[in-house]
Design a protein around this ligand. Structure first.
Ligand code: NAD
Length: 430
């Protein structure tokens, strides 16, 4: 029985997709004393992991080696291991297509493999962010084709991952895990797994509620960031410092939550997930207007930052064409190495389109490919900074020396208020 296997730590756990979400989950499962198999279709990642090398910043190589030494973790590209596994968490990507429609093909591919090996007593949990209805419509339908019956022969649940890479306080282990099963037995088994391995569990009444919880959380962020970005555009026209306004408003002890403007949204969650919801809502004839509006405003921010760079260069009598511009920080947020959907890349592309000679500096991203060409990070040393006509702060990494940046006297566009303690006439905030 799955319950006793879980309680006695005899259950063999599996995770499909060993990225920012799946790998930390494997580590927590193993730390709780379970044998864990990670499955990924990327053979290079699997090879690295089996050699005891982590490629995820939140999983130190030492932690990986500890669980491997204890014989509790292995990685494989072979889905045949699912035959032996008692539980499997699906942590594969859920991106958007170019048309902003959900690309659910990674989940579908993982489910196709599970369908081949699902067996009585197995627990399957989808952790990838997706639209309400995915677990029922896509996964349940396929797994029941095997003749096995949900809630009796196998268990199926949705449990959104809420990890915030780089967050020193909140991680896979201590963030409460929302769980919604197809049947009450499904919820109970998934909740038991997480209670035994992670922290607090929040059971909800269905998979659709659990799916919607994650989309509410990320839409909440997208819409509030959209609001504050619009306020930044408005304050700029009105000659008001939006950052000062936010700081003062945040002294209200209740009813206000601080959000900051910036160069736009980045990462694999906030710019993408709300569109999963608006796409699905359309099926019910509902237009998700806040989501679309926030998407438009947030999506316009890289253009705004690029226009500020043009203004800065104009002040020193230079066109963007031929100007040397250094972008400081390409990761989508501070102190991490993830550049997925990063608005800094959009700012760079826009300036390049106008003929700017753009380079970047990011201590966490040694190289990247933009418009088909490889670029390498340059060091943010005083001599390198001074070689440029304009500096653009798109990510506020703690490794940057902001005093030194201002001291160069090179015009700066500061999209993160990183220079708040270094006011100078050659610094423009957004
Ligand atoms: N990154 C975050 O901060 C975060 C936070 C919360 C939720 N999420 C959600 O979690 C999910 C995973 O995101 P991520 O950031 O970990 O993605 P990721 O790209 O870092 O990792 C996904 C992994 O899945 C593998 N993969 C893809 N298709 C596969 C398949 N069919 N079989 C086996 N492996 C496959 C990839 O090779 C990759 O290693 C997404 O739905 C995302 O929205 C991400």
């Amino acid at each position: 029985m799955l319950t006793s296997k879980l309680v006695e730590k005899k259950a063999k756990l599996g995770v499909i997709g060993l990225g920012y979400v799946g790998l930390p989950l494997c580590v927590e499962f193993a730390r709780a004393g379970y044998r864990v198999t990670g499955i990924d279709k990327d053979a290079r990642k699997v090879e690295k992991l089996n050699a005891g090398e982590s490629y995820i910043q939140d999983v130190p190589t030492e932690s990986l080696r500890e669980i491997m030494k204890a014989g509790l973790f292995t990685a494989t590209t072979d889905f045949g291991v699912l035959r032996e596994l008692d539980t499997v968490d699906i942590c594969v990507p859920t991106p958007l297509r170019k048309t902003k429609d959900p690309d659910i093909s990674y989940v579908a591919a993982a489910v196709e493999e599970i369908e081949k090996y699902v067996h009585p007593g197995m627990l399957i949990i989808l952790d990838s962010t997706t639209y309400p209805g995915t677990t029922d419509e896509l996964i349940l339908t396929r797994l029941e084709r095997t003749g096995l019956h949900v809630g009796r022969d196998f268990y199926l649940a949705f449990s959104p991952e809420r990890v915030d890479p780089g967050n020193p306080d909140w991680n896979t282990k201590n963030i409460p895990k929302v769980v919604g099963g197809v049947t009450p037995a499904c919820t109970e088994h998934a909740a038991l797994l997480y209670r035994l391995t992670l922290g607090p569990v929040v059971p909800v009444s269905s998979t659709r509620v659990a799916e919607m919880v994650k989309l509410l959380e990320n839409t909440f962020r997208s819409v509030n960031i959209g609001l504050v970005n619009e306020l930044a555009l408005m304050c700029d026209r009105m000659g008001i410092d939006v950052w000062e306004v936010i700081d003062a408003a945040a002294t209200k002890p209740f009813g206000f939550m601080r959000f900051y403007p910036g160069p736009g949204l980045g990462g694999h969650c906030i710019p993408i997930d709300p569109f999963y919801l608006s796409w699905k809502a359309k099926e019910s004839g509902f237009e998700a207007r806040f989501i679309e509006l926030a998407g438009q405003i947030n999506g316009s921010m890289p253009y705004y930052v690029a226009s500020k760079v043009a203004d800065c260069l104009n002040d020193i009598g230079k066109p963007v064409r031929g100007a040397n511009v250094l972008v400081l920080g390409v990761a989508y947020k501070q102190d991490i190495d993830d550049i997925r959907e990063s608005p800094a890349l959009d700012v760079m592309k826009l300036l390049m389109e106008k003929g700017g000679r753009v380079s970047y500096s990011d201590p966490h991203v040694p190289s990247l490919t933009l418009n088909g060409s490889e670029m390498r990070s340059v060091p943010a040393t005083p001599s390198e900074l001074s070689r440029h006509d304009c500096l653009v702060i798109t990510t506020a990494h703690s490794a940057f020396d902001y005093g030194a940046i201002v001291a160069t006297g090179v015009p700066v566009v500061d999209a993160r208020n990183a220079l708040k303690d270094h006011a100078a006439p050659h610094v423009r905030k957004i």
